[in-house]
Design a protein around this ligand. Structure first.
Ligand SMILES: [Zn+2]
Length: 225
């Protein structure tokens, strides 16, 4: 795949450390033109490495060697400078604010091809393929519960999709220790549970750690061990 180059001025140097994370976003803007304009506006001070339109067109905004500004205040597995360690991909979608809708097949097909390219260039473990809401659970909902994490993992080998039987509820501190082991910031417990559900149990995102949520968390922890 050869992306269309549309450079954004919004980037800086990467600090030490390898690129070992991939963060997926939705744009959350009314349309693609507005999103592209914002991602290239010096005053907005935001960007991503790639933007994928709903028809599957891929725009390269920031070189992978540079640090794009997509994650903001964030945390994953102890790392707070997620931008320094990650590649950021924005998917055009109006998002929860402007009419959240399913990601078209062409857009996901382009994403899969792009991610396979990226995974060929950088050693990014499956557990570090995350959504913006995973790394900023109190602030962000993107790419949201309609993002096809299951399809990406099961059909394309991208990320993780653990399947576990519903499980009894352990005490809260055990649940939080599990979420922390996955990588979540557990400072706000309900936000952490909500973020986990949005990614791994997206048909019911309510912040309550029920038996199904626990079963899926336990299954994920088994894979990570
Ligand atoms: Zn985002």
């Amino acid at each position: 795949m050869i992306p269309f180059h549309h450079p954004s001025p919004n980037f800086g140097p990467r600090s030490a450390g390898p690129v070992d994370m991939l963060v997926i976003h939705y744009t959350g803007m009314p349309d693609a033109a507005a999103a592209l304009a914002r991602l290239c506006d010096p005053a907005a001070e935001v960007s991503a490495h790639y933007l994928i339109e709903e028809d599957g067109r891929v725009l390269a905004l920031v070189d992978e060697a540079a640090r794009a500004w997509h994650a903001g205040a964030s945390f994953w597995r102890g790392e707070t400078d997620v931008n320094a360690r990650s590649i950021g991909i924005e998917l055009v979608n109006p998002g929860h604010e402007f009419g959240y809708r399913a990601f078209p097949e062409a857009q996901i097909a382009a994403l899969v091809e792009l991610v396979h390219d990226i995974l060929g260039r950088h050693a990014i473990p499956a557990r570090n393929v995350v959504g913006h809401s995973d790394v900023a659970p109190t602030r962000k909902q993107d790419p949201g519960e309609m993002f096809p994490w299951k399809e990406l993992a099961e059909t394309h080998g991208i990320g993780l999709w653990p399947c576990g039987e519903p499980s009894g509820l352990p005490p809260e501190h055990v649940i939080l220790a599990g979420l922390a082991h996955v990588g979540y910031d557990i400072w706000d417990p309900k936000a952490a549970v909500t973020a986990f559900q949005r990614h791994f149990r997206p048909w019911k995102v309510d912040g309550h750690p029920d038996a199904e949520t626990m079963g899926r968390l336990k299954a994920l922890l088994r894979v990570l061990r």
